[in-house]
Write a new protein. Sequence first.
Length: 263
Amino acid sequence: MIRNKIEKYIDTIPAIPKNVKECAHYLQEGDLNKAAKSALQDAAFSHYLIKLVNKPIFGLRYEVKDISQIFGILGIEKASQVVNAYYAQLILPKSWELFSITNSDFQVLQASLIYNWNKILNEENQNRISLASVISLLPASIIICEEIFEENAEEVKLLKSQKDMSYDKILYKMSGYKLFDIFIIICKKWELGDESIRFIEYIAKKIEDETVLSKLARYIHLLMFYELSKPIYIEAGLNDFIEFDVEFVQSVYEKFMQIVETK
């Protein structure tokens, strides 16, 4: 039954709106002016950009409402992150039943992940859009979990408390799907580039090799747990979203803490 629901859910995932898709395309080409013009053609998208970028964590000294100015301040990589963050808004639940958070809390989580991920990428001298923008989409896997389990939220919570299992493991036991399996399917439906998909697969499968993708996958795994271990998300139940793999992140743990704890 859960497997059928997953397949139906994937079928209902909306396509990326035309103007948003154009905006992302122009950013890939490095054209901030055309990207801003495309963004302005979608009122809901423009409103989201303004609301997200003016959150305190982005550090703007004053409120900025002009899209061209916002893109100019952010630059190509950060603008791409913010655009990708909007993709998750297309599948936000009307209300949260499994996790005790609000849509506003979810946006704060996205913003905080983007902020700390950029610190990591700067430290590692990585500025590829395909690597920078994935962080904005990862929280969509939380929405997927919420949507799949919302009808059976109490039953799932009870099972988790009895078996001490992550929601990801419960989903796999019930359906044969892991959350990131579904997430990758949706990202392909949204036509993300090959390198972004490949990076997401490194994260999902926790691939251990000597590549940059493997190293960054360790960082991102650690970053998700770092953010979801904050009191607001522990209270919401998100700290048990997926299982923490200590061995996978061990090689980057010390440097990670130095990066994120530095103002």
